[in-house]
Ligand binder design. Structure first.
Ligand code: HGY
Ligand code: MN
Ligand code: MN
Length: 390
């Protein structure tokens, strides 16, 4: 299944993926999801927010056990972040059927829309809308780099923007949620384990900074006459790194938009996005407060710390370790956000399985997972689903 997806949205020049939400690549990925679900006789549907659900059993009878992830990517992302979780969900369902397992609870495969927030800026857009933590009016007004709003994009894709919003009926179908995800660090490499279980997701957020200046000629404007926002931006980037070291957290300016972006002009405006994360919420807030001093800044998203429910976490780790030869399944925290964190925050018992990434690199074409480790992840997920559906 990973090979079937490998060509969709792939940039041949870099091997990276361009799978913006609602892009042509995303529409192809959605078709793939429907096909895989239909091939397995699952009842597949798209909810009002654009999330996809494929059910084995009827969740309106009783809440089901759901597993899945997302198919969209960051710009020039890797092949596994998201897709590995969706592919493993279908594969784990196949393993359960091979074992002759009859779930006593409905079993669902989920694909959340726009987990990365690469196009419209708010990550986990689909799960935030589903759980009601994101105001649909705000979501619809979000615009992409071309200035197109989510509402316009949805209409162009034949969806109904007015339908966006909290969806308690769909959320009620989710009795518990387990997301398998490629690890986005070196935890499992250092522990020499193919599969791990999440203990927590660090608090993290995104802030947009606007540095205002005066557009002017690069050749005729004397230095003392300049009001160059690029200098303020550069100073802020260096300040963010210094503050991150001091606060013991991470901070990144990974996206910047210069306008009008001429090589021969002093810019009029520099917009830049800060991503700050860390084990402790207060340190993240303190760093942002420092950088926000005297700046034109607005918070675009915030995700509080997620501590996965310990009993469920340990039950998952136990089940995942049932596979002969799997060895212990370590428990580790992550600095990466996930839909599982949004669902956990909405009170849905949630858990995550990680699959070893030998490069430890993510949000890059260098992201990788070995076939054997992916297979170990599927077996562990099948065990977990069997345990939860018992
Ligand atoms: O950015 C993140 O934490 C996740 O990969 N969306
Ligand atoms: Mn990601
Ligand atoms: Mn992801």
């Amino acid at each position: 299944m990973l090979e079937d997806l490998a060509h969709i949205g792939r940039d041949p020049a870099t091997g990276g993926y361009l799978r913006d939400s609602w892009s042509a690549a995303d529409m192809e990925l959605r078709e793939w999801f429907w096909g895989e679900a239909r091939r397995r006789g699952l009842d597949v549907r798209e909810d009002r927010n654009g999330n996809l659900w494929a059910w084995w059993g009827d969740p309106s009878r009783r809440p089901g056990v759901v597993t899945g992830s997302h198919l969209d990517s960051v710009r020039q992302g890797g092949a596994f972040d998201g897709p590995l979780g969706v592919v493993s969900a279908f594969a784990a369902l196949d393993v359960l059927r091979e074992r002759g397992f009859e779930p006593s609870a409905p079993l669902g495969v989920a694909c959340f829309t726009d987990e990365e927030g690469a196009r419209f800026g708010v990550p986990c857009l689909g799960s935030r809308l589903l759980t009601g933590v994101l105001d649909p009016a705000r979501a619809l007004a979000l615009t992409d780099d071309a200035g197109e709003s989510l509402a316009e994009v949805l209409r162009r894709r034949g969806r109904t923007p007015e339908g966006l919003g909290a969806d308690p009926a769909t959320l009620a179908h989710v009795g518990s949620y387990v997301e398998l995800h490629v690890e986005q660090g070196r935890g499992l490499v250092d522990l020499d384990a193919p599969v791990g279980v999440a203990s927590a997701i660090w608090p993290h957020g995104r802030w947009r900074f606007d540095f205002h200046g005066q557009a002017n000629h690069a050749g005729t404007t004397r230095l003392e006459d300049r009001d160059d926002p690029m200098l303020a931006y550069a100073a802020k980037v260096l300040a963010a790194r210094e503050a991150a070291v001091r606060h013991g957290i991470v901070a990144t300016f990974g996206k910047v938009r210069v306008s009008p972006n001429n090589a021969n002009a002093v810019p009029g405006l520099v917009s830049a996005w800060l991503d700050a994360r860390g084990a402790g919420e207060e340190a993240v807030r303190a760093l942002v407060a420092e950088l926000a001093e005297g700046a034109d800044v607005r918070e675009e998203s915030w995700t509080p710390i997620v501590e996965f429910e310990p009993l469920l976490r340990d039950r998952i780790a136990e089940a995942a370790a049932q596979t002969p030869g799997s060895g212990a399944v370590p428990v580790l925290a992550t600095g990466a956000g996930h839909d599982a964190g949004i669902l956990a925050g909405a009170g849905v018992p949630s858990a995550m399985l990680f699959v070893r990434n030998p490069t430890g690199i993510s949000h890059s074409p260098a992201e990788h997972a070995e076939a054997d480790d992916c297979a170990a992840g599927v077996r562990a997920l099948a065990n977990v689903l069997e345990e939860l559906c018992r």
